[in-house]
Design a binder for this molecule. Structure first.
Ligand code: SOE
Length: 393
C-alpha cells in the first residue's frame, strides 16, 4: 500500500464471472503495487437488488446501485468498470464518459463496429476533461506475454513470418447445456469469435506490433438449438420446465487465416468444442531469428528458441518468467513462486491507474478495441461470403 492517501472511487457494473474476477483485481492492486492513486471499491451495480447486495458483501464493495445511470452520476465515482455482456457496453460506457468518468470495459468492446465507433468518439470527447477509456484485454498483462512483446519489439525474433493462435474451450459439448446469454447474438454479438477470438486477435497484434490486414474465415454452429434456461426472460418465451428449445444464434467455432501488416501470415482458431481443452490459449510466433511459444495453462513460462544458437545446441528453452525484473513481477514473490490467471486483472488495473494519474492514454484504448471489432467484422463477412475480406479502417 502506498503512503499516498489520494483515492479514486470505482463503480463496477456486473457481478458475474468477470465482476468477480475484477473485484479480486481491485481488492489487490493497491496492496501489490505502489500506486499514485488508491482505488476504493465504492459501489457495485446490478439490476437485482438482493443479488447485488450479496455480491457487494462477498466481493468487498462499500455500496450498491441497481441502475447504472445512478452509478455514473455519483460524485464519489471516478472510474466505471463495465463487466456486463456486450449488448450494454456502448450505452454504459458512453453514459459514463459523458458524466466525466474514466471507463474500463470488458472485451469485446462492443457488439458491432458502429457501437465501437460511437464509444471511441465518446472517449475522445471526454479526454479533454481528463477521463480515459481502456478495453480490458487482460492477457496482455500476463508477465510472459509482456516479456515476449519486449523480445519481439527488440528484434530478437527478426522478421516475423508465422503466427499460430488458438483459443480452445469445450464447455458447450453437452447439447443439453442451456441457451445462456453467450449463445444469443442480440446479447453477445458473436460466439466463440468475439468471446475468444477477440482475445487472440488482440494478443497477436500486441505481440507482433502489426495489425491484421485481411482475413479468410469460416464459422460453424454445431448445435443449432438448446434448451431455454429456467426462467428465461429478455425476449425468450417460456423457458426451463416446458422443455422448450431456442435457436443458437452465434458461432460455436470460428477459424480464420490472416495476412498481417508486417508481412507475416497467421492462423487463428477459437472454439467452444475442443474436447478436453478448458481454457487453452496458445500463441506461437516464428521469425527469421527465433520463435516463441506461449501457453496460458503454463502462464509463468515462455518457450524461446534462438535460431542463432549453434545448430547442435538449438532447441526451445523454457524460461520461467518469475524474476523481479520481468514485467509486473516486482510486486510478487521470490523467483520461482508462480502467479495465476487472476493476476492479469491486478496488472491491468495498475497500468490503468498509473496512466490516469499521468494523464496518459492507457492501452489497449477504445480505438484499439474498435480495430479488433473491425477484424471480427471482417471474419463474419468472410465467413458469410466465402472469400478474403479486407479489415476496413
Ligand atoms: C468464457 O468463454 C471466458 O470467460 C471469456 O469470456 C473470457 O474472456 C476468457 O478469459 C475466458 O473464457
Amino acid at each position: 500500500m502506498t503512503d499516498n492517501d489520494r483515492t479514486i472511487g470505482i463503480g463496477m457494473v456486473g457481478y458475474a464471472f468477470m465482476g468477480q474476477a475484477h473485484s479480486q483485481g481491485w481488492r489487490t492492486v493497491g496492496h501489490a503495487y505502489d500506486l499514485p492513486l488508491q482505488p476504493r471499491m465504492t459501489a457495485i451495480c446490478g439490476r437485482n437488488a438482493e443479488r447485488v447486495a450479496a455480491a457487494a458483501k462477498r466481493f468487498g464493495w462499500e455500496s450498491t446501485e441497481t441502475d447504472w445511470r445512478a452509478l455514473v452520476a455519483r460524485d464519489d465515482i471516478g472510474i466505471v468498470d463495465i463487466c456486463t455482456p456486450g449488448s450494454s457496453h456502448a450505452e454504459i460506457a458512453i453514459g459514463a464518459l459523458e458524466a466525466g468518468k474514466s471507463v474500463i470495459c470488458e472485451k469485446p468492446l462492443a457488439n458491432s463496429v458502429e457501437e465501437a465507433r460511437a464509444m471511441v468518439e465518446a472517449a475522445e470527447a471526454a479526454a479533454s476533461s481528463g477521463a480515459r477509456a481502456m478495453v480490458a484485454f487482460n492477457y496482455r498483462r500476463v508477465p510472459a506475454v509482456a516479456f515476449a512483446r519486449k523480445l519481439i519489439a527488440d528484434g530478437r525474433l527478426g522478421e516475423i513470418r508465422h503466427v499460430r493462435a488458438l483459443y480452445l474451450q469445450d464447455w458447450l459439448l453437452d447439447p443439453e447445456f442451456p441457451l445462456e446469454w453467450r449463445l444469443r447474438a442480440e446479447i453477445a454479438g458473436t460466439g466463440a469469435l468475439g468471446d475468444l477470438g477477440a482475445h487472440i486477435i488482440d494478443l497477436v497484434q500486441f505481440l507482433t506490433g502489426d495489425t491484421v490486414d485481411s482475413v479468410l474465415g469460416l464459422t460453424e454452429t454445431f448445435i443449432k438449438e438448446r434448451p431455454l434456461p429456467a426462467g428465461a426472460g429478455g425476449g425468450l418465451s417460456g423457458g426451463g420446465a416446458s422443455g422448450e428449445r431456442g435457436e443458437v444464434t452465434v458461432d460455436d467455432a470460428a477459424l480464420f487465416l490472416a495476412r498481417m501488416s508486417g508481412g507475416a501470415v497467421a492462423s487463428f482458431e477459437a472454439t467452444r468444442f475442443a474436447t478436453g481443452h478448458k481454457n487453452g490459449l496458445t500463441v506461437e510466433i516464428n521469425g527469421s531469428k527465433g520463435s516463441i511459444i506461449f501457453d496460458l495453462e503454463r502462464l509463468n513460462e515462455l518457450q524461446v528458441l534462438d535460431a542463432e544458437d549453434p545448430a547442435a545446441e538449438q532447441g526451445f528453452r523454457r524460461v520461467l518468467i518469475t524474476e523481479s525484473d520481468h514485467p509486473y513481477m516486482e510486486a510478487w514473490w521470490p523467483p520461482g513462486h508462480i502467479i495465476g490467471w487472476e493476476h492479469t486483472f491486478t496488472h491491468e488495473f495498475a497500468d490503468f491507474i498509473r496512466a490516469l494519474d499521468a494523464g496518459e492514454q492507457p492501452r489497449p484504448s477504445f480505438a484499439d478495441g474498435l480495430q479488433v471489432q473491425q477484424v471480427l467484422d471482417a471474419v463474419v463477412r468472410s465467413a458469410a461470403g466465402g472469400g478474403w475480406e479486407k479489415v476496413s479502417g
